[in-house]
Design a binder for this molecule. Structure first.
Ligand SMILES: CC(C)(COP(=O)(O)OP(=O)(O)OC[C@H]1O[C@@H](n2cnc3c(N)ncnc32)[C@H](O)[C@@H]1O)[C@@H](O)C(=O)NCCC(=O)NCCS
Ligand SMILES: Nc1ncnc2c1ncn2[C@@H]1O[C@H](COP(=O)(O)OP(=O)(O)OP(=O)(O)O)[C@@H](O)[C@H]1O
Length: 195
């Protein structure tokens, strides 16, 4: 079974993924793959330097992620250019990993931009982690020391809460405690697997 998992920035996708993995699911994390495909020495990073110049590299030669973020979350055309380098590579890696899963495995594809990239129909179920925008902003400021304007810029680069909710077969409200979240995730997994 292949399950899509999505949610707005800082909604709690990684936290949900970690719980699902503990409960036995295989998780494919798109954010992690998006880092791997631009690792130092990669073709992906070379393409990014061709497009954006060496200014997006840190002193260590790795992608300067805050600098890249400042560019692409302020400019949609540049964001599309970056996505054109990263998304095909992430997609190819995800397919390779998914191909190694067994028939009885629950494979969870954690894809922040699942709705934005129209991938709903590729999955047997779509889990959406849902919180109001105020909670996203609050968690980005508190847990990631982001400025409010940067948090709002990321939210503005994504689908709306309503668009994501419309794509959900299973909605996970993450406005409660971590304990509440754990219960709800276990419940959803049980619904999916019938176990
Ligand atoms: C701009 C980059 C370098 C900033 O890196 P940073 O370490 O600050 O963020 P990180 O990669 O951990 O992403 C955190 C969250 O930001 C949001 N986000 C990332 N990229 C995008 C995007 N293109 N559009 C909208 N939201 C995005 C997602 O909610 C994601 O979960 C990085 O996000 C990136 O390479 N983005 C383009 C690739 C992409 O689309 N990734 C998302 C899923 S494949
Ligand atoms: N129920 C909760 N109560 C309080 N804090 C939470 C809760 N769930 C998650 N968090 C915290 O909120 C932050 C965002 O969670 P997480 O990293 O799981 O989100 P994400 O959707 O994967 O984010 P991103 O889109 O940036 O990858 C983390 O610091 C996490 O510990």
């Amino acid at each position: 079974m292949h399950v899509g998992l999505t949610g707005g920035v800082a909604s709690g996708k990684s936290t949900v993924s970690a719980i699902l993995a503990e409960l036995g699911a295989i998780v494919i994390d798109s954010d992690l793959l998006a880092r791997e495909v631009v690792a130092p020495g990669s073709e992906g990073l070379a393409e990014i330097v061709e497009i954006f110049g060496r200014g997006v590299l840190g002193d260590d030669g790795a992608l300067d992620r805050p600098a890249m973020g400042a560019i692409v979350f302020a400019d949609e055309a540049k964001r599309r250019q970056l996505e054109a380098v990263i998304h095909p590579r992430v997609g190819a890696r995800a397919l390779e990993i998914a191909a190694a899963a067994g028939a009885d495995d629950v494979v969870v594809h954690d894809i922040p931009l699942l709705v934005e990239t129209g991938q709903e129909a590729n999955f047997d179920a779509v889990i959406v982690v849902d919180v109001p925008e105020e909670v996203q902003v609050e968690r980005m400021i508190t847990n990631r020391q982001m400025a409010e304007a940067d948090a709002l810029a990321r939210i503005a680069a994504q689908a709306t809460r309503e668009q994501r909710r419309a794509a959900a077969t299973h909605l996970i409200d993450n406005t409660g405690t971590h304990e509440d979240l754990r219960h709800r995730v276990a419940e959803v997994l049980a619904e999916l697997t019938g176990r």
